[in-house]
Design a protein around this ligand. Sequence first.
Ligand code: PFF
Length: 447
Amino acid sequence: MDSKRNGFSSNVGAILAAAGGAVGLGNIWRFPYMLGQNGGGAFLLVYLLFVFMIGVPLMMTEFVIGRGTQSNVVGAYRKLGTTKRWVFLGVFGIIAAFLIYAFYSVVAGWTLNYIVLSLSGQLSGLEKETVAQVFSDFTQSSFWPALSQFFFIAITGIVISFGVEKGIERVSKVLMPVLFFLLVVMCVRSITLPGSEKGLLFLFKPDFSKINANTLLAALGQSFFSLSLGMGAMVTYGSYIRKQDSLLKTSNWISVCDLLVAILAGIVIFPAVFSFGMNPSAGPELVYVVLPNVFNNMPGGVVFASVFFILLGIAALTSTISLLEIIVAFTVEELNWKRSTSSVIVSFGVFLIGVFCTLSFGPLKDFLIFGRTIFELFDLVTASYIMPIGALLMTIFIGWFTPKEVIKEEISHGDSMKGILFDIYYFIIRYIAPAALLVIIISGFLS
Ligand code: PFF
C-alpha cells in the first residue's frame, strides 16, 4: 500500500467497508442521545429527510471526487481544482478527522471497559441508580478511560499499518451482519418491556412544535456525522471503489444500512428509557446507563451484554480505522511518509489531544468553553459546524467550479446515472444542497 494503490476487491466488499466506516458510535451512541435531546420523532423525521435529500447526493459526490482522482483527500482537491486554492478543502477534512478522532476515541475506549465489566458480571443484577453510578465513577476516574482510549488508538493504528484490503475489508465483512442481528434481538427485548409504548411513541411520533433552528442543525450534523460526510472520509473510500461499480447504488446501500442501524438502536434504547423511568435527554451517557438495565432484564443478560459491547467496540473500530485512514493516506501520498511510521505518529498526536477530552469527564469537568466541556465542544463543533461547512464548500466546488462533464463522466461509470437522473443529482448539488446548508448553518449560528 505504500507505493501502489490497492482497492476493494468487490462491490459488496466496498459497500460493507464503507458502511463499516459509517456505522459506528454515531448510530448507536450519538443518534439516540441527539434524538433524546432534540425532540424525539420530530428529529427523526428531519433526519430522514437530510439523509436522503442531502446525504446520498453528497456521498456520491465524495465518491466521484475520490474515484475520479484516485487520491487521498488533499491530493484529490489538488488534482481537480483549477487553482491551488481548493487544496484547503482537503486540509479542512484532515483537521476534521483529527478532531473527531480525538473525542470519538474516548467513547470507543469506554466500550473496552464495558466489555470487561460485562464479561466479569459486574454490571449484572445492579439497580438502575448503581448502573449510573458505575458509569460516572468510571468516567471520572481518568486513568482507566485514558488507558482504554490509548489501547483503542493503538489497535486502530495496527490495523491501518496493514493497509486497506487486508485490514478494513476483512474486519467489516464479517462483523457488520452480526451486529445487525444482535440489535434485532435486543429490540425484541426492549419493546416487550412493560410501558415500552411510550418510548416507541417518543421515537416515531413527530411533534412538529419541537422543530426549531437548533433541531435542524443537530439533525443535519448528525446525518453528516453518521454518514461520515463533509470531511473526506468518503473521498478516501471512493478512491478505493472499482470503476465498474455504481456510485448511486453504493451510496444508497450505505445510507440505508446506516439508517437501519440508527433506528434499531433507537428501538432498543427508548422503550427501555421509558420503561425504567429514565431521562431521554441525559446526553452522552444515555446508552451506557440505559443498556445495562435492558441486559439485566434478559435471560442470558451477561452473555448478551458482553457480545453487544464487543460488537459496539468493533463498530467503533471500523470507524476509527476510517478516521485514521483519511490522515494516513494523506501523509503517505502527499508527504511521502511510510505508512507504518505515519500510523504511529498520527496516533500519538491524536492521543495527546484526545486525552483532554477524556479528562473533561473528570478533573477538567468544570473547565468550560462557551459553556461546554472540551469533549462536548469537540463533538458539537465537528458535527454541527465543520462537517456541514466542509460539505457546503464541497458542493460549491463541485457545482460551480468543476466542469459538469468531468462529474458526469465519472459518475456514470458502471451506472445508469445518465439523463434525468443525472440532472436531478446535479441540480441538488448545485442549488438545493448549498442553499439548504447555508440557511441551516447560519440560522444555527444565530439561534
Ligand atoms: N460515521 C461514524 C459513526 O457514525 O460512528 C463516525 C465517523 C467516522 C465520522 C469517520 C467521520 C468519519 F470520517
